[in-house]
Design a binder for this molecule. Structure first.
Ligand code: AMP
Length: 191
């Protein structure tokens, strides 16, 4: 199963991706996690991405597309994967379509986690306080506002992009965590 979890920062994509990954035995591919690892390891990609991420802006499309292309080539992705935080622009979605085609793969579902902005802000403030080892560099009020603006401007166009392809399913991301998981599973299994 190859799926995209789509939703704003704080929607619960990471939490749900871990659960879906365990249920179906397919890896969670989070570009945010991969970029944070690159920043921590001070690789060339990490050094270039660090300040962009701290401001809450998007890393260039070609950088994340390359990261995902390399990751999908790993043997553990053979039976599927969950994309968490990628694609984030229509250009990334188009690049993904091209690279899946070139690898003879096909996307099965895009699941949107719908959450109101006011709830996102609350959740991210809570995450910033609770993260062991200190908050993420971009979990502060200014970067969060930027991340939400970027989401509305650059990522929400993906919703109509994928609904046009009839693979979009929407789940209420404001329900409690177990309910969101079971709703995701039921939309995946009825797809
Ligand atoms: P996330 O952990 O998904 O919230 O991502 C954290 C940050 O990493 C984002 O605010 C961006 O700066 C960067 N990032 C993650 N995924 C992408 C992507 N697909 N395209 C561009 N930037 C990304």
């Amino acid at each position: 199963m190859k799926l995209i979890l789509l939703g704003p920062p704080g929607a619960g994509k990471g939490t749900q991706a871990v659960r879906i990954s365990e249920r179906y035995g397919i890896p969670q591919l989070s570009t945010g996690d991969m970029l944070r690892a690159a920043v921590a390891a001070e690789t060339p990609v990490g050094l270039a991405a660090k300040d962009i991420m701290a401001r809450g802006e998007l890393v260039p499309d070609d950088v994340v597309v390359q990261i995902i292309s390399d990751r999908i080539d790993q043997p553990d992705c053979k039976n599927g994967f969950i994309l968490d935080g990628f694609p984030r622009t229509v250009a990334q979605a188009e690049a993904l379509e091209g690279l899946l085609k070139s690898k003879n793969m096909q996307l099965d579902s895009v699941v949107e986690l719908a959450v109101d902005d006011a709830i996102l802000i609350e959740r991210i403030e809570k995450r910033a306080k609770e993260t062991v080892g200190g908050p993420r560099a971009d979990d502060n009020a200014e970067a969060l506002k930027k991340r939400l603006d970027v989401y509305h401007a650059q990522t929400t166009p993906l919703i109509s992009h994928y609904s046009g392809k009839e693979i979009l399913r929407s789940v209420d991301g404001m329900s409690e965590i177990d309910r969101v998981t079971s709703d995701i599973i039921s939309v995946l299994e009825s797809a």
